[in-house]
Unconditional design. Structure first.
Length: 226
């Protein structure tokens, strides 16, 4: 397992014969060989570790973006309850459609907002700012104190992962597992974007998706046969 330090957090990636797993709890059902086969030459331009870490950041991007959106809204004097509603709607839209928004140019932003230290610091400063009403009024910002409680609630829902756990529970309980897991769709799109950027896309995108489905089905059959 390889380590990549980001502040106090050691990001780790482990390559296995039937996939790649990371310390963020994501399992990508494709191997280094599979990536090289369908996007030949990409790994010569971008290390596998770099690509997988970006995919991890995009998987969790809805958390940081939705939280930052809430703070921006309350600091421009949007009603806290309305800001909370907008933030939640944004979260769900982004969570279920992340692969659509994947963009290699925006990957650095996704990686920054994936760093707990960055999000914790910004959140703390914003929440402290809400409590300093007199100072805020002095610079022309009017924020209702209830924004503090909504902000704390959203922080725990997003960054602690409570909302993500609830979504996963509902999905598995009532809808079953997705044909292609979210993290695989994101990695697939990231590989396509990088292939287009470097001019090495081979037109075998459909085969890559079939490979993801095949390996996913293999895991399901293996689990059922135990």
């Amino acid at each position: 397992m390889e380590n990549f330090k980001r502040g106090r957090f050691d990001w780790q990636m482990l390559e296995l014969p039937d996939g790649i797993t990371t310390s963020n709890g994501n399992w990508y059902h494709i191997t280094r060989e599979g990536i090289e086969k369908y996007v030949p030459g990409l790994l010569d331009k971008r290390p596998l570790e770099y690509i997988i870490q970006e995919a991890d950041a995009w998987v969790k991007s809805s958390d940081g973006l939705a939280l930052m959106l809430y703070f921006i809204l309350v600091y421009v004097s949007v009603d806290p309850l309305l800001a909370t509603g907008i933030s939640l709607v944004f979260y769900f839209l982004w969570y279920f459609n992340t692969s659509v928004f994947v963009n290699v140019t925006a990957s650095p932003i996704a990686k920054i907002l994936n760093k707990d230290g960055v999000v914790y610091t910004i959140s703390a400063l914003c929440l402290i700012g809400i409590t300093l009403q007199e100072m805020a009024l002095g610079i022309g910002i009017s924020i209702e104190f209830s924004a503090l409680w909504y902000g704390l609630a959203l922080f725990f829902m997003y960054k602690v992962g409570l909302l993500n756990l609830a979504i996963q529970y509902v999905q598995s309980k009532f809808f079953g597992k997705a044909k292609i897991p979210k993290q695989n769709r994101i990695l697939n799109m990231l590989l396509i974007r990088y292939g287009m950027k470097h001019g090495i896309l081979t037109g075998k995108v459909a085969k890559m998706e079939n490979e993801l489905i095949r390996v996913t089905n293999y895991h399901k059959e293996k689990k059922n046969n135990k």
